[in-house]
Design a binder for this molecule. Structure first.
Ligand code: PLP
Length: 365
């Protein structure tokens, strides 16, 4: 199967095999050494010297960790939403009793840093801003550097969901002064789902001290204290650490700049290939994601049917839309372990599926 969804992504054989290694003592020296290697490797890709912990949870667990460790009940917070994952952040703040102001942008559009700046000026009581870097549900990459300049320029605290971008699209945590940054193993990292990464600035530790929301499993201070001893507070997904250890080796041998260049090249190729079939891309030009492409499903074609034919007849798994976009778009993932051949085969499968559905491309295509 050509797994062309935006996570979980294919796992290279070497990584899968690494995960099958004999179990070890998670409180022993071997694990401590591996944890140190993996943490250092991930931190390098985050481009940060900040503390970074690895949690055994999916990406949403990291989002929850960011919220419970940095926001208190009744605390006002600004949540910028450009799609479903932004909405998830919003929901989390509501569930834990914070008082969110949503700054929503239309699906397919990026967040506008000027409007964020204005919102912060108008709401001096807001201390914290939550934003998604790469909105997987719409295939849109936010201008994070500019957003960070607006938020940090206004002296606020910034939490970033970089779950589907980090390790595929450059994120400069230190240079852009990002306070809390999240990612997840099943995206660009070429590892099975189940580990999440959280980097925390010095200010994060100050904020955590005054945060009154109860937390236990996702307490970042506990994670950091255990990490100092080469451990995790709870039993970690040891096999996924084995996988990460190997995947980081592969990323290192390819070279992270080459990894970014490959993602950009694949993004460009998929965008060009879809448009050559006469299809329309969903997100705004200039902000289209290099990890996932969202495509408007042509009139008269049912997304579920298109995905079913692609899967059963052309061995290609595409993603549908989420939430209000469920019947409007399909998504093609090109992140993580993805070769030129995978991209070409995926595009071919989309073309054949459309032919099978008797789609007629507009004349200009
Ligand atoms: C941008 C973004 N945020 C959050 C998540 C949630 O992560 P998970 O599904 O691992 O809980 C995802 C996963 O698709 C994502 O793409």
């Amino acid at each position: 199967m050509n797994l062309r969804i935006p996570g979980p992504t294919p796992v290279p054989d070497e990584v899968a095999q690494a995960g099958a290694a004999e179990m070890i003592d998670h409180r022993g020296p071997e694990f401590a050494a591996m944890m140190e290697r993996v943490t250092t490797g991930v931190r390098d890709i985050f481009q940060t010297t900040n503390d970074l912990v690895i949690l055994t949870t999916s990406g949403s667990g990291a989002m929850e960790a960011a919220v419970v460790n940095h926001l208190s009940p009744d605390e006002p917070v600004l949540v910028c939403t450009i799609g479903e994952f932004g909405k998830r952040f919003l929901e989390l703040t509501e569930v834990y009793g914070a008082r969110p102001t949503e700054l929503a942008f239309e699906a397919g559009e990026p967040a506008d840093p000027n409007r964020i700046e204005e919102a912060l000026k108008a709401n001096p009581q807001i201390r914290t801003v939550l934003v998604t870097h790469n909105e997987t549900s719409t295939g849109t990459t936010n201008p994070l550097k500019d957003i960070a300049a607006a938020v940090k320029g206004a002296g606020r605290f910034l939490i970033v969901d970089a779950i589907s971008s980090l390790s595929s699209i450059p994120v400069e945590v230190d240079n852009w002064k990002l306070d809390v940054v999240l990612s997840g193993s099943q995206k660009g990292w070429m590892v099975a789902p189940g580990l999440a990464f959280v980097s925390m600035s010095e200010e994060s530790w100050e904020v955590q001290k005054r945060t009154t929301t109860p937390r236990f499993y996702l307490d970042l201070k506990r994670a950091q204290d255990s990490a100092a001893r080469g451990q995790t507070p709870w039993t970690p997904a040891v096999s996924l650490f084995f996988q990460m250890d190997k995947a980081l080796e592969l990323i290192k041998s390819e070279g992270i700049e080459n990894v970014y260049a490959r993602h950009h090249r694949h993004g460009e190729r998929v965008r060009q290939g879809m448009q050559a079939m006469g299809l329309q891309l969903f997100s705004r030009e200039g902000f289209r994601s290099d990890t996932v492409t969202a495509v408007l499903c042509p009139e008269g074609i049912d997304v579920a049917n298109l995905r079913k034919i692609a899967r059963t007849e052309f061995k290609t798994v595409l993603a549908g839309g989420q939430g209000p976009l469920a019947s409007k778009i399909f998504r093609f993932g090109h992140l993580g372990y993805c070769t030129d051949e995978d991209v070409e085969a995926g595009l071919k499968a989309v073309e054949q599926t459309l032919q099978r559905l008797e789609y007629k491309a507009p004349a200009r295509a």
